[in-house]
Write a protein that binds this ligand. Structure first.
Ligand code: MG
Length: 179
């Protein structure tokens, strides 16, 4: 494509691409909401998976988050197609332990929601509940080196968003925290 002068980007298109790619990679907002529920259920016994969806959607509405999702999934897809330059191809293909850029990209999501987000991210990364277990099962065709961390990070962020709001509610704040 030739450069025609002004670059302009439709934010809506970025948001739509984010949802579409997640869906194509087998991830629904309910899968992520289940992880949020897993993280928060001991603190809020009346919390339902449905309640968590709203927080997942709020996290997914942020551009920083959408950018990370698009970048990570793109790299997973290119690795599945064998299109990356060696040795990056082999590192992502084999989810090599010393690689680590998948976690760093996911931290750009968690970053938006403060320190509870970091704790939650580490916790789901260690336990791999729900959909994260499935994403980590190795087979010959699917590569989810980036996606597993991204999904964990969205869930961790949504859980912190919920926790911050719950705290504000307990303190009788008249307006909810931003975001
Ligand atoms: Mg990973």
């Amino acid at each position: 494509m030739s450069y025609t002068g002004k670059y302009s980007l439709n934010s809506n298109a970025v948001a739509q691409a984010t949802y579409k790619l997640l869906e194509e990679r087998g991830i629904t907002t309910t899968h992520i909401a289940e992880l949020v529920h897993f993280l928060q259920k001991d603190y809020s016994t009346d919390l339902t998976v449905e309640d968590c969806i709203v927080h997942v959607e709020a996290v997914l509405s942020k551009r920083e988050v959408q950018n990370a999702v698009l970048t990570g999934i793109q790299l997973d897809i290119l690795a599945e197609e064998g299109k990356l330059i060696s040795p990056l191809q082999e590192m992502i293909e084999n989810d090599e332990g010393l690689y680590g850029c998948d976690e760093i990209l996911a931290l750009s999501i968690v970053n938006v929601y403060g320190s509870i987000g970091f704790t939650n991210f580490g916790y789901v990364d260690k336990l791999k509940p729900g959909i994260l277990k499935k994403l980590n099962e190795k087979n010959d065709k699917d590569i989810h080196t980036f996606l597993d961390d991204i999904v964990g990070a969205i869930a961790a962020s949504a859980a912190s968003r919920y926790a911050h709001r719950k705290q504000a509610e307990r303190e009788g704040a008249t307006t909810p925290p931003l975001d």
